[in-house]
Design a binder for this molecule. Structure first.
Ligand SMILES: [Zn+2]
Length: 142
């Protein structure tokens, strides 16, 4: 009685309680979603690439130009999803390190609503919009 269930999985996941546990779960959920997307787009892009120049899989040979455009778009989507995975990993590290949910620019707490919508957010709404208006940079925080 009063004994905690101290079963750990290789000590990999430290004890997270309450909100931290909730955000950890949210991060893991987004991670698996993005991983599935990366896998999906990777295999599709590879398939298209492998069949370039072959009549078999290409439905519209005259459409080669737009096929290439679609291919480029898929590759850039892979990049975006790859970035998201990095953000999720960073956020997970911050969560485990105890600095999760703090804006990297101005150090204010990011609102819970925002974290629920985007658990890997790095900036508060204010700093994010400053960055969006400045091509990704925040002039106040290099
Ligand atoms: Zn901020």
């Amino acid at each position: 009685m009063g004994n905690k269930n101290s079963k750990t999985e290789n000590g990999k996941i430290p004890e997270l309680r309450g909100k931290n546990k909730k955000f950890y779960d949210a991060l893991m959920l987004s991670r698996s979603k993005f991983e599935q997307q990366v896998e999906f787009h990777s295999s599709e892009a590879l398939t298209n690439n492998a069949n370039a120049g072959e009549a078999g899989m290409s439905t519209h040979m005259a459409d080669l130009g737009s096929d290439n455009a679609r291919h480029d778009m898929e590759l850039s989507m892979i990049t975006n999803e790859g970035d998201a995975l990095e953000l999720i990993d960073e956020a997970t590290e911050r969560l485990l390190g105890g600095s999760y949910g703090i804006c990297l620019d101005c150090s204010v707490k990011i609102s819970e609503d925002r974290l629920e919508a985007k658990p890997y957010a790095r900036f508060c709404i204010k700093c994010k919009s400053i960055r969006e208006n400045n091509g990704g940079f925040n002039p106040e925080h290099e």
